[in-house]
Ligand binder design. Structure first.
Ligand code: CA
Length: 222
């Protein structure tokens, strides 16, 4: 999952990015409101973490503009402001959730996972697709009840395919949602990793759609 992280406090942003990276998210960091607006318009993110007090353009204005332009990504607002009127203004501008500084990094991670899950219309944190189970709380993966050990990269890819299950997902899309923009990698790596995930899963869950990409589905459900 790719997250837009908008925070001008460099120390806080780097600690957050570390916690989010450890939780399997790919992070695109920006430091001011103008960059945030630009990034929100240019890229497809699975969610955003948005500070309200920002240079150049405040977070509320960024959120309000993105929403007016029809961008629907889930937005978790971070702020030091704790007045009720500030929360109300954030929700009215289109925030989906709100965390007051100082906060626990783990809380931000679990709230973000819940936001992304709900944005897909999923109420339960464990996905079941045919014999595959993926628990988004602890990241555990199993097939027919057998635990599957995946590397961090393999896990990110599988989690994204599960998030988009039933849809065809291109290599470029997987690449963009799994790696941070500054990670210098060849997109062919996706094919190699998908092949490894398939071998580990054993069951026919990831299908190649010629010329288009991959689709995760359990055909017996179709
Ligand atoms: Ca700030």
């Amino acid at each position: 999952m790719k997250i837009l992280l908008v925070e001008d406090d460099v120390a806080l942003a780097s600690r957050l990015a570390l916690a989010l990276g450890a939780a399997g998210f790919a992070i695109h960091e920006v430091r001011d409101g103008v960059e945030a607006l630009h990034a929100g318009r240019q890229h497809q993110f699975d969610a955003a973490i948005l500070d309200l007090g920002l240079p150049a353009l405040d977070g509320l204005t960024v959120l309000d503009r993105l929403r007016r332009e029809g961008h629907r990504l889930p937005v978790l607002v971070l702020t030091a402001r704790e007045r009720w009127s500030d929360k109300l203004a954030a929700f009215n501008a289109g925030a989906d959730d709100y965390v007051i500084k100082p906060f626990e990094f783990d809380e931000v991670v679990v709230r973000l996972k819940a936001l992304i899950r709900r944005s897909r219309g999923d109420a339960h944190p464990e996905f079941a697709i045919g014999p595959l189970r993926l628990d988004t709380r602890d990241g555990r993966v199993s097939v027919h009840g057998e635990a599957i050990a995946l590397t961090a990269q393999e896990h990110r890819i599988l989690a994204y395919l599960v998030h988009k299950r039933g849809s065809v997902v291109s290599r470029t899309e997987i690449f963009e949602h799994v790696y941070a923009p500054d990670e210098d990698r060849d997109s062919n790596v996706i094919d190699v990793l998908v092949a490894r995930i398939r071998r580990k899963l054993g069951a026919p869950l990831i299908h190649t759609v010629r010329g288009a990409g991959y689709r995760l589905a359990w055909e017996a459900d179709a």
